[in-house]
Design a protein around this ligand. Structure first.
Ligand code: PMP
Length: 354
């Protein structure tokens, strides 16, 4: 039998980005919402399912959904691009504005998929480093932007996995200096005290990415979006596959937005719970970074991070093991869960570190 053709050469050295889906009692590893959406949302969706014309393709432009998302943030539907999770939004941005011969810029450490998806789309990735406390000063950012001349500059606020917000001056300086698009990934934006979404304009270069996976308790539905200049959205619509958003998902997203008040309440509760978790961690022999997201990065001081991770798994608690990631040696990341889940995590961690 002849040998099968291997995948593209440039993919050969790439490692995947996956968190193990281990069967444990307490799952605090992927920054999901700890609770399902409100029962009234499920009822409304079930009702809507009866009206879906399953034999027809969905509205290709997802007009109602995009208009509803636009209204949520004070934009027009033409300024909103929606896709299957914000990862697909990022991929479409990269397919449209990246590619061979263009470079994107990321500031490490940051969300690994910015660089990962860039490479999959054949886009070279340039990196610059955040400081020792994972902060990014305006000058550092601008020097890198001038050096690289990126087609896309990625910022992430709050940044995953550190939880830190991008400095407002840094965001403004990058927007002013960048020759291409500036994509601010705000997957955790609702948990933070400030956002860049209000700065998006039709004649600017700013794109802000959001997701239904966290605040809206809809990680299973895979729905994300960006708010961007209308001309950018029109380009993205040319590149993404036709009918990429199915009718059920479009309905789910639209209906979810009716529960904004409930979701705001949940976000406020999670932010308070994050404070409680941070205080408890501060009493333990770990370094903790201040978080504006629904997760907290910490580093056991006297114990190997991977050992602590395994000891937590042995106690049926799963957190994200970042201990082998560049710049994050020994670090673990815990998602803010329900008070009960967080107590289970804290009890296990106290035991492990005792
Ligand atoms: N951006 C960031 C910073 C994230 O942490 C995540 C989720 N891990 C995503 C984007 C992707 O989220 P989704 O595809 O579920 O919308």
């Amino acid at each position: 039998m002849s040998e099968r053709l291997p995948p593209r050469d440039d993919l050969a050295l790439m490692a995947g980005y996956h968190s193990p889906q281990v069967d444990v009692a307490v799952r605090l590893n992927t920054n999901e919402a700890p609770e399902p959406p409100p029962p009234a949302f499920i009822e409304a969706l079930q009702d809507e399912l009866g009206r879906v014309a399953f034999h027809r393709y969905p509205d290709r432009e997802a007009r109602e959904l995009r208009a509803a998302i636009g209204e949520l943030h004070g934009f027009r539907g033409e300024q909103v691009f929606a896709a299957n999770g914000s990862n697909e939004v990022l991929q479409t941005l990269l397919l449209t504005y990246g590619g061979p011969g263009r470079t994107v810029l990321v500031f490490e450490p940051t969300y690994a998929l910015h660089a990962h998806i860039a490479r999959i789309t054949g886009t070279p990735v340039a990196t610059a480093e955040r400081d020792e406390q994972f902060r990014l000063a305006p000058d550092t950012a601008v020097v890198a932007v001038r050096r690289v001349k990126p087609a896309i500059t990625f910022l992430c606020s709050p940044n995953n996995p550190t939880g830190l917000l991008e400095d407002a001056e840094t965001v403004a300086a990058v927007i002013a200096a960048a020759p291409g698009l500036v994509v601010v990934d705000e997957a955790y934006g609702q948990f933070a005290p400030r956002s860049s979404i209000g700065d998006v304009t039709d004649d600017g270069n700013l794109v802000v990415v959001r997701t239904f996976s966290k605040t809206w308790s809809m990680a299973a539905a895979r729905l994300g979006y960006c708010v961007a200049p209308a001309s950018v959205v029109a380009e993205l619509e040319q590149v993404v596959l036709p009918y990429h958003l199915d009718s059920v998902k479009q309905a789910a997203g639209r209906l979810a937005l009716r529960f904004e008040k409930e979701m705001d309440g949940r976000v406020a509760a999670l932010v308070e719970e994050r404070g409680r978790l941070a205080l408890a961690l501060a009493d333990l022999p770990v370094d903790v970074w201040p978080s504006g997201a629904n997760f907290i990065l910490f580093r056991p001081r006297a114990r190997d991070g991977a050992d602590v991770w395994q000891a937590l798994v042995d106690r049926s608690v799963l957190v994200r093991n970042c201990s082998a990631w560049p710049r994050l040696e020994g670090c673990l990341r815990v998602t803010v869960g329900t008070p009960e889940e967080d107590d289970a995590f804290l009890t296990a961690l106290r035991e492990v570190l005792a």
